[in-house]
Design a protein around this ligand. Sequence first.
Ligand SMILES: Cc1cc2nc3c(=O)[nH]c(=O)nc-3n(C[C@H](O)[C@H](O)[C@H](O)COP(=O)(O)O)c2cc1C
Length: 366
Amino acid sequence: LATLDPVSASDLAALEDVARARLDRGAYDYIAGGAEDEVTMAANVAAWSALDIRPHVLRDVSAVDTSTRLLGTQVSAPVLVAPSAMHGLACEEAEAATARAAARFGTIMTLSLAANLSLEEVAAVTPAGPRWFQTYMHRDRGFTRELVQRARDTGYAAIVLTVDSPALSRRGRDIRNEFAPPSHLRVPNMPPAPSGDALDPDLLALAAAFDPAVTFEDVSLPTEWSGLPVVVKGLVRGDDASRSIAQGAAGVVVSNHGGRQLDGTIATARALPEVVEAVGGRGAVFVDGGIRSGTDVLRALALGADAVLVGRPILWGLAAGGEQGVTAVLTMLGEELARAMAFCGVTRISEIDRDLLDWADRPGRR
Ligand SMILES: Cc1cc2nc3c(=O)[nH]c(=O)nc-3n(C[C@H](O)[C@H](O)[C@H](O)COP(=O)(O)O)c2cc1C
């Protein structure tokens, strides 16, 4: 199993370099890449850096606490593992390694529908670790119903319903590489591929099971079926967020799928304030896309997010050092957040607010 040398774990960019060297080209590009010209993917990262911080000084910051509560779950920091497909591409232990690292750090692991381990297998590895399960709405509603009931029965605390994938995006890197997942990988939570038990090398065939006819009326179904709260993932508009909450969602994730769906979609940092305002405290607001430092986490919280999800950096950690690598990523982000809070004169998550940013609606700002 991969071991992590301390130098490469010094920052996220270094970890990505290690991951790039360890992964084959197709797998690296599948993870790193985005849709079309990758404009949104780059914009996500840039939009966080563009938010200037206005730190306070001379406040007692001798004890900084990054812990918080999210939909009833206590976490050590508001940094969650985003759902991402096929961790077996990055590490032999696949999602088991990621889940262990998340549990050890004390945060929520969101298991993807397209994981290489079943939701029962991951639950067995981290029975007590907080876990959410991500799915799409399948054309066969009965299939989705069984999935969310299995999730409930094995201790997942929420269902993340991803809604930004009504069509298949075009990812140039995968096309150029003729990327197909290695044949030993399985996706046991997904409906059986038309070709049988093995993972269909044509990922598109699998995604054909997702229902493009899904609407706001369907948002409450996973809760009706399982009693679990639903978090709607993959919206960037206040009206859509408001409607999701009105239809029974417990929260939303402001997300453009890391720039992997519609290229040209607004960067999530720019979409977040409108969503926070529209939700108006009626539900939880999460955000992902381009979060690459603890300072970015602080910026997201300052704009009103309750927590962030992290996608690619988790996979770089996994490829660079398995469970240890994921732990390094989460620890780095948690420590950076604590440091940024100290610099800003805040000691608790609830004290982070928009006043810490040089924001357009701040009085006196042109
Ligand atoms: C390799 C990869 C696979 C992903 N698979 C899924 C998935 O199965 N379901 C889902 O809802 N989002 C998926 N996502 C999107 C992530 O949940 C998240 O929205 C995105 O990665 C956040 O952006 P970031 O990578 O810049 O942090 C995937 C992202 C990546 C990079």
